[in-house]
Write a protein that binds this ligand. Structure first.
Ligand code: G3P
Length: 496
């Protein structure tokens, strides 16, 4: 159970502690932040409201710890990550319980998130020893005017302190996708979890603590964005920021100093359906892609652009599947669970009402109870409706009927976002042409968008973000190249 057994240390009465200098602490602020359960809409947990002074202490400790960690052999860093991965998987049940209570993730998916996270950490350890174990040797005589008298040795070195800010929808998985690469590359890591999801993240951090990482190397500060948000992202001690979330990321990128940034800020992933597609496959992927975790995924299908000739058939198939979805609490493993906050539900409702006023066809009756919104397909959506462009992050999906592929590509590319997209057709040549034309970081052919498997590159264009994630890309991003040049007194030619 959460906060008990090996996790008893992380709880101080009713408030979860924050993690600094290798120990669990109560904030000197004496204040806490409430975490509201999306299902009951009652306070479920409380976390510390850390102060700016505490953030300063964390940064000081991280700086010292990082110096020693960078001198720790790579295989030892990998060994500790493997240990943390095993502990994380061993304690999947209490962590999953937090995900159910804090973010209303269906119970089965919550367990999957923790297991996937353990696998991600292990894979990162393995990938790290391979790619960081290799460097480059360059010789000077390939550049005009030079003899072979300079040998350049380059390798990858850590950046220093990485600040990780994951979102509410994967507070464990999108935290470890930053923590693992940062640590294997020799960095220290400061985690600022989302408020909803913070308790799951604290449990996850405790698994790293139990694995025996040096004190100060990993820290986790919780609290109000208004108090420590900007303070963290603009802190002079931070050498790299990896953020996943909404358009706060745009503000962060404007304020952050001269540090590498990795940002993933959402999407309006288009699903383009051609006439020759396998329509059962299309319907299954629209439902899975649009409605898993109630549409609260950056990579969810967020607009269907379908050829008019097959639209009726697909809409009918999708409606039949939606009717079978189980709607209710996450504890019962329902397919559709309450969205994360009341304000999210209100935002979604605003988009739905705008579409209603402007004449969209409601394939189901709009129904909401508290934060719970029943799945809704909106047909005959037009570009003048907000839902054609905005990201609901909820279980409502617009369908725009098109008469040509060009029309679909035009709509997709007119979006501010460019995370992922998908195209359904049996014609591979067309699929490749359409993929090339779509301005999105990834295009899936004949499947719904998805970030995983977690070693695949993951990146967004335009307002969807900067930098590329995925295990290898994140490790590389969290390092810089260091060169040493050996200057010989006279040119030396191998076997000359
Ligand atoms: O930030 C990406 C996340 O929202 C989606 O991840 O694994 O559901 O495709 P996934």
């Amino acid at each position: 159970m959460a906060g008990t057994g090996v996790f008893a240390d992380i709880l101080d009465g009713e408030v979860y502690k924050y993690y600094a200098d290798g120990e669990w602490r109560a904030s000197g602020s004496g204040k806490s932040v409430a975490i509201v359960n999306p299902t009951t809409r009652q306070t479920q947990y409380r976390v510390q409201a850390c102060t700016q002074e505490e953030v300063n202490k964390v940064m000081e400790g991280a700086k010292v710890a990082q110096k020693a960690w960078a001198r720790t052999p790579l295989w030892k860093r990998a060994e500790l990550l493997h240990k943390a991965a095993a502990i994380l998987k061993e304690h999947k049940a209490p962590i999953a319980e937090c995900l159910v209570k804090e973010i209303a993730k269906p119970a089965k998916d919550a367990v999957t998130e923790v297991v996937r996270s353990g696998d991600l950490v292990s894979y990162t350890a393995e990938e790290g020893v391979r790619i960081l174990g290799e460097g480059k040797l360059l010789v000077s005589d390939s550049f005009p005017g030079n003899e072979r008298n300079k040998y350049c040795l380059s390798s990858k070195v850590p950046l220093g302190i990485v600040l990780a800010i994951p979102p509410f929808n994967y507070p464990v998985n999108l935290a470890v996708s930053k923590i693992g690469p940062a640590l294997i590359a020799g960095n220290a890591l400061v985690l600022k979890p989302p408020t909803q999801g913070a308790v799951a993240a604290l449990h996850m951090v405790h698994c790293f603590h139990l694995a025996g990482f040096p004190k100060g190397l990993i820290s986790c500060v919780t609290g109000k964005g208004s108090e420590i948000g900007d303070f963290l992202t603009m802190h002079p001690g931070v050498n790299c920021i990896s953020f996943t979330g909404g358009d706060t990321g745009i503000a962060i990128s404007k304020k952050a100093g001269m540090v590498p940034l990795q940002m993933e800020l959402g999407g309006k992933d288009a699903c383009i359906v051609l006439e020759d597609a396998d329509l059962d496959l299309v319907a299954a992927n629209i439902v899975k892609g649009g409605f898993s975790y109630s549409g609260q995924r950056c990579t969810a299908v967020k607009v269907v652009l379908i050829m008019e000739t097959v639209a009726d058939t697909v809409v009918e198939k999708v409606n039949a599947k939606l009717a079978k979805l189980k709607v209710g609490p996450p504890e019962d493993n329902c397919d559709i669970t309450p969205v994360v906050t009341e304000s999210s539900a209100n935002f979604i409702e605003g988009l739905v009402m705008d579409a209603k006023e402007k004449g969209a066809t409601f394939c189901q009756e709009y129904r909401r109870e508290g934060n719970l919104i029943w799945p809704l397909l909106l047909d005959h959506v037009r570009p003048d409706m907000r839902i054609a462009w905005e990201e609901p992050f909820g279980p409502v999906l617009p369908v725009i009927r098109i008469n040509s592929v060009e029309e679909g590509i035009h709509h997709c590319n007119a979006s501010n976002f460019g995370l992922q997209g998908c195209v359904f057709t049996r014609d591979i040549n067309k699929a490749i042409m359409i993929s090339d034309a779509m301005e999105s970081g990834t295009v899936q052919i004949n499947s719904a968008p998805a970030r995983g498997p977690d070693h695949f590159p993951f990146q967004g264009l335009k307002d969807s973000g900067i930098g590329s994630q995925g295990i290898t890309n994140s490790i590389n991003m969290m390092t810089k190249v260091k060169s040493t040049v050996i200057n010989l007194p006279s040119p030396s030619y191998t076997m000359g």
